[in-house]
Ligand binder design. Structure first.
Ligand SMILES: CC(=O)N[C@H]1[C@@H](OP(=O)(O)OP(=O)(O)OC[C@H]2O[C@@H](n3ccc(=O)[nH]c3=O)[C@H](O)[C@@H]2O)O[C@H](CO)[C@@H](O)[C@@H]1O
Ligand SMILES: C=C(OP(=O)(O)O)C(=O)O
Length: 434
């Protein structure tokens, strides 16, 4: 287990470019299995989860040509289906949540799929019911293997149908969609997730020859086709990383420009950080955050304490709530953070309280932050990163704190943030990987 030693209290300055989006990458890279032709993918984030998924594809027989750290050619013309029932696949696949999405394409193209016990963040109950029910509706048979803890699916040709997803699951929608593009006839997926990740996947699949309409809505209509061809795809900037940089700038009184932020794809994110009182200038596709000694959290129009909560897109993403919470610590005013989707994502607040933050954890889903308005600084402590976004939030807290902090288990941060130590050190931070 590696750690970050962080000397806090330094103001950062300069320009940073966001990485390609992690959660988009996991879908897009899985989709290369849908064709035997070459697929070229650009702006791939160089992070643990994505690299693991690429390794899995390679072990399945996909030809992978890494042209540079962020560009890769894939050709899935000779797949070893037996690998999917191997221990190696189960072990590697269960290290990340994203491996779930190999199932949709495999079922569509080879009538067979295995889902190992999914990994990813331990942030509360994370069901896969949406995936299973969706595949069953398309005609797949499902079997749970109690010995390997694997979900196994077989089909004799998927058939299009109407389905209402039980919840707008992001990975569930991606998986069912990738299965439906090669199914016979028409599939309608209602209550579909429509995050930019899904929109990007739909656009990529259409370029490969799929017939998907309703993109960016919660009703996707898919006319099945016989086969898909190759394409080139460029990943969007990672909106979660962008939100993290906005929060970081405010907390550390830094002036930062986020270059090529893909502003039109950020939805409600800038507005929510604006509600914390953070000033931002939108210059072309860049976001400039000026140095701010004070920022004041808005109240609701009737004077009530502001609440920020998560919701499926176009609502506010749950992946930024930990960042919003940490950013409110040095604001003037109070904020209620309501994490509706995941029941274990707010427990990391005990570390922030140890650092001197004024936070009341009301219950597993809600925390109230009483802003310090810089009356005093947080103090550096030793802490462990419980999940990817809490890890980044703790890093922001440590960078704003007085003294030295030690953040352990930074593999959690590395899962989703590319060389974050080097990139922030280039702006004047002091983060040592040990
Ligand atoms: C690899 C990947 O893409 N991961 C993202 C994806 O995970 P993932 O696709 O696994 O998350 P889901 O969208 O399936 O949602 C996870 C859980 O949230 C709950 N739920 C979901 C939808 C809903 O409307 N109400 C609700 O309560 C369910 O308990 C569900 O089990 O979407 C999550 C929700 O945006 C993000 O946090 C994850 O970063
Ligand atoms: C929860 C997340 O990731 P995963 O679904 O891969 O665990 C996340 O990206 O915030």
């Amino acid at each position: 287990m590696s750690s970050f030693e962080v000397i806090g209290g330094k103001r950062l300055h300069g320009t940073i470019e966001p990485q390609g989006a992690k959660n988009e990458a996991l879908q897009i890279i899985s989709a290369v299995l849908l064709t035997s032709e070459e697929v070229l993918i650009k702006n791939i984030p160089n992070i643990l989860d994505v690299n693991l998924l690429i390794e899995l594809l390679q072990e399945m027989g996909v030809k992978v040509n890494r042209m540079d750290a962020h560009t890769c050619q894939f050709k899935a013309d000779d797949i070893n289906i037996d690998y999917l029932s191997s221990k190696a696949f189960r072990e590697k696949g269960s290290k990340l949540r994203g491996s779930l999405m190999l199932a949709g394409p495999m079922l569509a193209r080879f009538n067979k799929a295995f889902i190992p016990k999914p990994g990813g963040d331990k942030i509360g109950r994370r069901g896969v019911d949406t995936h299973i029910i969706g595949f069953q509706k398309l005609g797949a048979e499902f079997f749970y293997n109690k010995e390997t803890f694997c979900l196994e699916f077989t089909a004799t040709g998927l058939k299009g149908t109407y389905m209402m997803l039980d919840e707008p699951s992001v990975t569930g929608t991606a998986n069912v969609l990738m299965a439906a593009v090669l199914a016979k006839g028409k599939t309608e997926i209602y209550n579909a997730a429509c995050e930019p990740y899904i929109q990007q996947l739909c656009k990529m699949l259409n370029r490969m020859g799929a017939k998907i309409s309703g993109i960016s809505s919660n009703l996707l209509t898919v006319e099945g086709v016989e086969k898909l061809g190759g394409t080139t795809h460029v990943m969007l900037p990672d909106m979660i990383e962008i939100g993290s940089f906005i929060g970081l700038a405010a907390m550390t009184q830094s002036e930062i420009t986020i270059k090529n932020a893909g502003i039109k794809h950020l939805g409600i994110i800038p507005e929510k950080f604006g509600k914390l009182g953070i000033k931002m200038d939108f210059i072309g596709d860049d976001i400039h955050i000026p140095q701010q000694d004070h920022y004041e959290i808005n109240t609701f129009m009737d004077g009530g304490i502001l609440t920020i909560y998560d919701n499926p897109w176009p609502g506010f993403t749950p992946d930024l709530l930990s960042i919003v919470l940490v950013t409110a610590i040095q604001a003037k005013g109070s904020l209620l953070v309501h994490q509706k989707m995941f029941e274990s994502r707010l427990f990391f607040t005990d570390k922030l309280i140890d650092m001197g933050a004024q936070i009341i954890l009301c219950d597993p889903h809600r925390a109230t932050v009483i802003g310090l308005d810089r009356k005093y600084k947080l103090r550096g402590i030793t802490m462990t990163s419980p999940d990817i976004r809490a890890g980044q939030a703790l890093l922001i807290a440590a960078l704003s704190a007085e003294g030295t902090s030690l953040i352990q288990n930074i593999e959690q941060i590395d899962r989703g943030y590319q060389n974050i130590d080097e990139r922030l050190n280039a702006l004047g931070a002091s983060i040592k990987r040990i």
